[in-house]
Design a protein around this ligand. Structure first.
Ligand code: FAD
Ligand code: MLT
Ligand code: ZN
Length: 468
């Protein structure tokens, strides 16, 4: 292995090959703290050429690579296993915005550009890059592409795969595929770009991307709405679609347990409504600077639904600071639940029409497995995507962890029975690789293995992730 480390140092420079336990510590444990591995080395290339040299050296030495962006992934896909034999390839130094074309509506970036920096670059060009995640201050566009990330703007703009026009990828043998053409129309064969989106680092290392930009939407109408039930939230969604049309950009749900954790653990958070409710919705309409009908559309939506009994109360933001405070209630839930203690995450999608029935039926099932278990239910209800994340009964984390296999199986079985998905937006990673395969047909798993074999015949790209 000394030979490999020498090759890596020659490729990226001594200071960018980290091997001491202190230096690698932040790269080998994931955000959840559940996955803590060991690495042969962490390598930090600064260009596509350097990534290619690193990958070629690892290929030659038959050493596995774990690509890593911001390390905010929630399924353990971006950290190494416990063997100490894998190289973590961090894209953290590749942060250049290569070019912006406001007329065509494209931006070309290095894979290590942080999502929040991409927002700023788009804004400076008078455009919008719409993807929005609670982790946007740290996650990278390479990680977003590799996980096909979702977030709070999917309702209007789609998942990451709908925002990308082309990629540059270093293949497992070190060759570079330059697919950065950025054309809206290009029907010349298999769609290789889309093959790499959502591949979780198992087919190659994404080093660059051409992304779509949209007209800026500086105007917002935002409300935190108390609703009596999931059914009522779905009814509100229907009315909001009718009243706001394309301006409806966010429709997020949270149960009272989720809000309670935020109020307990997030400094400065306060309940904008006061009177407790079982469920809440964050609804936002967004439009161009010239758009002046947003407030009216929001008020009409709420008016219709209050009359029908679907809305109990609402707090409407009238300043940017109030808007940020409402968003913080939603975006703070993951962090607040982490502070509370162990979290068992389930990132599921169901047909929207089944959400109310599913949430009411699954809760008593889980309660028989672990009495008092606390579902912290929130997420992108406008996309049918719930984060059904369980916390232990207060002070009983060990019991939650012991019951985890049974709790997760009950949830996934019922999601599968309802034709849903066990991973809406976080991917499969290490956490769900086995479960992912077990809920797919044999034909689908065979096709996935065939793709993996064709691109990575030696199995060196992120082994153990996505496919068991
Ligand atoms: P990492 O965590 O570093 O890696 C994730 C996966 O991508 C790994 O398998 C890794 O090997 C691979 N990878 C990373 N970079 C590359 C590359 N350049 N080439 C090839 N493979 C690569 N996700 C959502 O979808 N929606 C949300 O709303 C959301 N909210 C979040 C909120 C919080 C508070 C947190 C902590 C996370 C949230 N996430 C969400 C999960 C996470 O932020 C996303 O999965 C994100 O896309 C990961 O980006 P990253 O750069 O941190 O990738
Ligand atoms: C979110 O939408 O906040 C995250 O994807 C959920 C999570 O942390 O489980
Ligand atoms: Zn989410």
């Amino acid at each position: 292995m000394t030979d490999l480390l020498d090759h890596l140092r020659a490729a990226v420079g001594d200071t960018h090959v980290l091997t001491s336990p202190d230096d690698v510590a932040a790269y080998v444990v994931d955000w959840t703290g559940v996955h803590a591995g060991r690495a042969l080395a962490v390598v930090r290339p600064g260009s596509t050429e350097e990534v290619a040299a690193v990958v070629a050296a690892c290929h030659e030495a038959e050493v596995a690579i774990v690509p890593q962006g911001g390390n905010t992934g929630l399924v353990g896909g971006g950290v190494p296993d416990a063997s100490g034999s894998q190289v973590v390839l961090s894209l953290g130094r590749m942060r250049t915005v290569r070019s912006v074309d406001a007329v065509t509506g494209t931006i070309t970036v290095d894979a290590g550009v942080v999502l929040a920096d991409l927002h700023v670059a788009a804004e400076e060009a008078g455009r919008l890059f719409p993807m929005s995640l609670g982790s946007e201050g740290s996650c990278t566009i390479g990680g977003n592409l590799a996980t096909n990330a979702g977030g709070t703007a999917v309702l209007r703009y789609g998942m990451t795969r709908e925002l990308v026009l082309g990629l540059e990828v270093v293949l497992p043998d070190g060759r570079v595929w330059d697919g950065l053409r950025g054309l809206r129309k290009d029907n010349t064969g298999y769609d290789l770009t889309q093959l790499f989106v959502g591949s979780e680092g198992t087919l190659g290392v994404i080093t660059g991307a051409v992304l779509r930009l949209f007209p800026a939407t500086p105007r917002h109408a935002t409300a935190w709405v108390a609703v009596p039930s999931v059914d009522a939230a779905v009814a509100l969604l229907g009315v909001a679609r009718d009243r706001a049309g394309v301006h409806l950009s966010t429709f997020e749900i949270a149960n009272r347990q989720a809000l309670d954790l935020v109020l307990t653990h997030l400094p400065g958070a306060s309940d904008p409504i006061g009177e407790p409710s079982d469920w809440y919705v964050l609804v936002e309409l967004a439009g161009a600077a010239t758009e002046d009908g947003l407030d009216g559309a929001l008020e009409a939506t709420l008016g219709d639904t209050v009359d029908a009994g679907h809305v109990l109360d609402a707090a409407i933001a009238s300043t940017p600071a109030q808007r940020s405070a409402l968003w913080a209630l939603r975006e703070g839930i993951s962090e607040a639940q982490k502070v509370e203690g162990a979290t068992l995450k389930h990132d599921v999608t169901l047909p929207i029409a089944d959400l109310a029935r599913w949430t009411s039926e699954i809760e008593p099932v889980l309660d028989t497995i672990l009495p008092g278990v606390r579902p912290v239910t929130y997420g992108h209800v406008g996309d049918g995507n719930l984060h059904y994340n369980l916390s232990a009964p207060v002070g009983r984390d060990a019991e939650l962890l012991a019951a985890a296999p049974d709790l997760s199986r009950a949830i996934y079985d019922s999601v599968a029975a309802a034709n849903g998905s066990i991973s809406a937006e976080h991917g499969l990673g290490r956490t769900k690789a086995a479960a992912g395969a077990s809920y797919k047909s044999a034909v689908e798993v065979d096709l996935m293995r065939a793709v993996k074999k064709a691109l990575d015949p030696d199995g060196l790209m992120n082994p153990g992730v996505l496919l068991p």
